[in-house]
Design a protein around this ligand. Sequence first.
Ligand code: GSH
Length: 162
Amino acid sequence: MPPPCPTLCRLPAANLGLPWSRPSIATPRLALAARRSRAVAARASSSSPDSSFGSRMEDSVKKTLADNPVVIYSKSWCSYSMEVKGLFKRIGVEPHVIELDHLGAQGPQLQKVLERLTGQSTVPNVFIGGKHIGGCTDTVKLHRKGDLVTMLTELDIKVNSS
Ligand SMILES: N[C@@H](CCC(=O)N[C@@H](CS)C(=O)NCC(=O)O)C(=O)O
């Protein structure tokens, strides 16, 4: 008969080649402790620096959209971004442009936040009056229908429609 476990379970050691039996997780007291520590871990991860960083970034996007009537999240090298910036330039509207590739490590994080908010993972990501318009193709289509100028005019933004 192996000696009893001196500290935890006081049961004879099972024949596992160990000096003392490992307490089974099914032991009610230990199972309860395991559940408690999982709950603590879950609470800790939900308030981790990453998630609060994400929500601060989300707040900063919302502030940017509230403060600027036309916002383009762009990448400086992206031809679609260049096209949409060119379109606004042609109609004489100066958008607030955020070049994600100029933000270092925050760029990809901001892109993830934008994806969470809009469902769109690509740039350019265009907003007018806080409303999500879409990418380059969506903005060009809106312009061809005449709706881009209408939206801008409704926001009291002067448009050069020549
Ligand atoms: N159909 C999209 C195409 C946009 C697109 O493909 N953008 C590329 C960059 S030029 C992109 O965002 N790629 C993924 C990335 O850079 O993370 C539009 O019209 O805006």
